[in-house]
Write a protein that binds this ligand. Structure first.
Ligand code: HEM
Length: 414
């Protein structure tokens, strides 16, 4: 009891210190917070430049740090002294910033165990087997687009392509496809924020429905294995039953919305740089290189974050145990120390693939070969078949700071 006042004083001083730091951050203008404001949501790149001008690290108002320095982002993402904040084993779609009880929300050793189980489904041979499906689907979508002349690129092309791939990847039977897509979109869309109680309830319903579909599928694939990822995971028989559905949900969410945004951002980047579009139209085989520059120039995942496991120091900055560091991926991709004239969109930039759009280290995007294949095939098809593709109206962006991309993108092709 005698120690209590001392302990109370200690916590009070800690709190005062934190409050003082928060106040100082506000007075200095919390730069990372600007990313969440309208200016940052519409165009985060000037904010990243200001972060970079101010230093390798800038404080945010939560007592954490943010960095847009490519080398430092890469170092932290690869460091064993940093990790994600481990998520509880309950998936909560009403908390869009929580990574979920999946490999993305796990640290070693759980992370390695979860990743090893799913990894075979993303090997080079497995991924290459999606080439015919992607090619067929994008050409069907282009056929329909040609007939329409003017349409919303997101609804007509950018969404249906990844949907076709993800339903095939997860082996969703035809009869479940429509509802699966609807519920998946509802949950994936929650990454942009929950709009109140009614929306939260809808998400809970979507989550429960998706859960039921996955439960049925897991049972089905135990008896009738296919060549889909759920069969791979079930056959490995290494996961706790409670880990199976979160993994399926992660694959759906991580693989869908990200790719939709990347396709939309690609069209916007080319619209702003018509000379580069002309180059691609003249030489559609540049699509693979173009994919890397599209990903670097305007990444669909703009940031992630890591926590320090212990007191440490990076690039002269002391970081305390438990402190959070925001990794500004979109900013790192425009770091002039790595990319010459970074605000320039250059199809054949020699080191474009050094971007951090798929992260780095142990959480390096598992689906990246598939995302790259989808983008390259789609860009080649668009350049070959729709050379007059152009933006014909004002795009509407997602109201998110985490995921960047158009929600609606009017285009014309005639
Ligand atoms: C352009 C499209 C995509 C982008 C920009 C993207 C980006 C990312 C990023 C940045 C991370 C790591 C986040 C972090 O380090 O905190 C990640 C992880 C992941 N992505 Fe992707 N992704 C894309 C497509 C896909 C696809 C198509 C799939 C699967 C079908 C997929 C599955 C995953 C999985 C499973 C993880 C977790 C990996 C781990 O924690 O070890 N992604 N992705």
């Amino acid at each position: 009891m005698g120690d209590l006042p001392r302990a109370a004083r200690f916590f009070a001083s800690l709190y005062a210190d934190r409050a003082a730091r928060q106040y100082a951050a506000r007075v200095r203008g919390d730069l990372p917070a600007r990313l969440a404001m309208r200016e940052g949501r519409l165009d985060p790149y000037p904010v990243y430049e200001r972060v970079r001008e101010r230093g390798t690290f800038v404080p945010n108002r939560f007592g954490g740090l943010a960095t847009a320095d490519h080398a430092v982002c890469d170092e932290i993402l690869r460091s064993r002294r940093f990790g994600v904040q481990p998520a509880a084993w309950t998936y909560d779609p009403t908390d869009p910033e929580l990574a979920g009880p999946s490999m993305l929300g796990a640290n070693p050793p759980d992370h390695g165990r979860l990743r090893r189980v799913a990894a075979p489904a993303f090997g080079p041979r497995a991924i290459d087997s999606y080439r015919p499906l992607i090619t067929k689907r994008i050409h069907e979508l282009v056929d329909a687009a040609e007939r329409e002349g003017e349409f919303d690129f997101v609804a007509r092309v950018a969404s249906p392509l990844p949907i076709a791939v993800i339903t095939s990847l997860l082996g969703i039977p035809g009869e479940h496809e429509t509802e699966f897509v609807r519920y998946g979109m509802a949950i994936g869309g929650a990454l942009t924020g929950v709009r109140g109680i009614r929306h939260a309830r809808e998400l809970q319903r979507a989550d429960a429905a998706l859960d039921a579909i996955f439960t049925e599928l897991v049972a089905l694939r135990r008896h009738e294995p296919g060549d889909d990822v759920i069969s791979t995971i079930v056959a490995a028989d290494e996961l706790h039953p409670a880990e199976l559905k979160p993994l399926c949900t992660l694959l759906l969410i991580a693989g869908f919305e990200t790719t939709v945004n990347a396709l939309g951002n690609a069209v916007l980047a080319f619209a702003a740089h018509p000379g580069e579009w002309e180059r691609l139209v003249a030489e559609p085989s540049l699509a693979t290189e173009a994919t890397e520059e599209v990903l670097r120039y305007d990444s669909s995942v703009q940031r992630t974050d890591r926590f320090s496991f212990d007191d440490t120091e990076i690039a002269g900055q002391p970081i305390s145990a438990g402190q959070n560091v925001q990794i500004l991926i979109g900013g790192a991709n425009r770091d002039p120390a790595v990319f010459e004239d970074p605000a320039h969109f250059d199809l054949t930039r020699p080191n474009a693939s050094s971007h951090l759009s798929f992260s780095s280290g142990i959480h390096y995007c598992l689906g990246q070969p598939l995302a790259r294949l989808e983008l390259a095939i789609a860009l080649e098809a668009l350049a070959t078949r729709l050379p007059r593709l152009r933006v014909s109206g004002r795009p509407r962006y997602r109201p998110s700071t985490l995921l960047r991309g158009p929600l609606r993108l009017p285009v014309a092709v005639g």
